[in-house]
Design a protein. Sequence first.
Length: 268
Amino acid sequence: MSHDLPRKVLGRTGLAVTRLGVGGAYCDSVEGYQTALDCGVNYIDTARIYKDGEDERVIGEAIRGRRDKLILATKTTQRDAESARKDLETSLRLLGTDYIDIYQLHHLNTQEEREQALASGGALEAVQKAREQGLVRFIGVTGHDWVEIKEAVSTGFFDTVLCWYNCAMKEPEWTIFPEARAHNTGVVIMNASRNDRLFKGVDAPPEEQFYRYVLSNESVTLTVMGLRDASRFCRIASDLSERVTITPEEKTELEAYGERMRSSGELD
């Protein structure tokens, strides 16, 4: 069942994306991905290394016949230009498409990796050339270290950023988000539920609330959710189509719960 999910423009890309998107790596079946896409989302994110490339192949099958209606994102972990170009060509083939909407430098988690990728002969150079050739529309960066990713965003090279953020991990609010606003870099969030661990605490709020929490931050455009459970995904899509933000009281409750969960070590 398709839900009328709200949309928002993804920073300087100008792309209108549904506020919930599909995250790759956790679903093994074409049918699972199609079920999620049938819920009304138009954004799907994968990576060259997910399941040794099998994730891209499965998603390629799942999006056949609907590619032109989707914003398709994938990633490379390569740091040099030649290897990044090979990754891109492999992704295009497996995904069954002649362009990627958002091609991301994956896991720029250290200064060394960032400098290597952004140097002459680095991965960024290859992706910029691919953009000139029409193989890539926009360029993104992803990672798990908020300070390092902030430094990448501050270069102004990246159209989008994908990072961790949830009611227990608020670091992006004072690291990545200010830089993203300065450069009109579109913000995509992963780990809104910390790999579902936030669902499991005593007195846990309803699952959809964790997604509303991140979407209530004005810096955030959308959040992706891994398809560990397609029925849960569609239920949350339905809930978000009805309401996408939280009240101040709900925000306070979620942050208090998140703080308890983080301090207990449940999220490590």
